[in-house]
Write a protein that binds this ligand. Structure first.
Ligand SMILES: Nc1ncnc2c1ncn2[C@@H]1O[C@H](COP(=O)(O)OP(=O)(O)OP(=O)(O)O)[C@@H](O)[C@H]1O
Length: 254
């Protein structure tokens, strides 16, 4: 991880009507950092992600990416510029094969054609198919390439979704509860997968499974009541009294 700050979140807040969800969040994200975001249900974690990706606009404050103000940039521009997310639920095209899902992602990444959902032929775009094959080999997905997504298990679908995010070669990948609803074996696979991601990739992960977050993160942000309660290295967070207090009463133990 370098100490080059690439994303700067300044005094950001979000309200829905009179309801203040996020109050005054400040954060600098360094290139290659792996940041875990935790907090009780309703703390504002997904809302925070939505502000970073441009799916929501903040009520106040701003966000800059490589020094450029992106507070009002739409989500597709942020994605094009390197801030990519996966969702809590699968966001794949279920009727298509794994390969076709990947081809569509790669077409979009390379700006091939005006209509991203129209398939380009292998003859015309051999490099696209080469890249897809190479990617599937690299991530040991070759055996699944011709399987229709909806025939895969839920856990497999979520793995594919994360990898499709990786295929876009983002600078920052935001993962919203990557292990939600998974068996222990599927969770282990995801943890393994995340550990193999390129070191220069910046990861921000919202996750309820604290073992996953503590095992993976360089830094943990604890959101509570719409604010950053505390942030720091996993050991610091583990021993923080306030963090333990907000988890008391929930079934989760820090
Ligand atoms: N569009 C909206 N309109 C009104 N309230 C909303 C909206 N989106 C989220 N909220 C509220 O904002 C609060 C924070 O929600 P958010 O989903 O960001 O929390 P979270 O920390 O991700 O929770 P969880 O861990 O349960 O996923 C919740 O009380 C939620 O009901």
């Amino acid at each position: 991880m370098s100490h080059e700050s690439i994303l700067s979140i300044n005094h950001i807040g979000k309200s829905f009507g009179g309801l203040h969800i996020l109050e005054n969040v400040n954060l600098n994200v360094n290139k290659g950092e792996q940041i875990g975001i935790i907090g009780p249900n309703g703390a504002g974690k997904t809302t925070f992600f939505n502000l970073l990706t441009g799916d929501l606009k903040p009520s106040h404050g701003g966000i800059s990416y490589h020094g450029k103000d992106i507070t009002n940039a739409p989500n597709y521009i942020r994605a094009r510029d390197g801030i990519v997310r996966t969702f809590q639920k699968n966001n794949l095209l279920n009727e298509l094969t794994v390969l076709d899902n990947l081809l569509l992602v790669l077409q979009r990444k390379h700006g091939i054609g005006k209509t991203w959902h129209k398939f380009r032929g292998e003859k015309q775009y051999p490099n696209l198919y080469k890249e897809a094959t190479h990617f599937l080999d690299k991530w040991r997905l070759s055996s699944q390439k011709n399987i229709i997504v909806k025939s895969l298990s839920y856990g497999e679908q979520r793995q594919i979704e994360i990898l499709l995010g990786v295929a876009t070669e983002p600078e920052i990948l935001l993962l919203d509860e990557p292990t939600a609803g998974m068996s222990q074996t599927e969770t282990d696979y995801i943890v393994d997968l995340l550990a193999k991601l390129p070191k220069e990739l910046t990861l921000m992960i919202v996750e309820h499974d604290l073992d996953v977050v503590f095992g993976l993160s360089d830094r943990i942000i604890v959101l509570h009541d719409g604010e950053i309660l505390v942030e720091g290295e996993p050991d610091v967070i583990k021993n923080d009294k306030r963090v333990n207090e907000i988890y008391i009463g929930s079934e989760v133990e820090v």
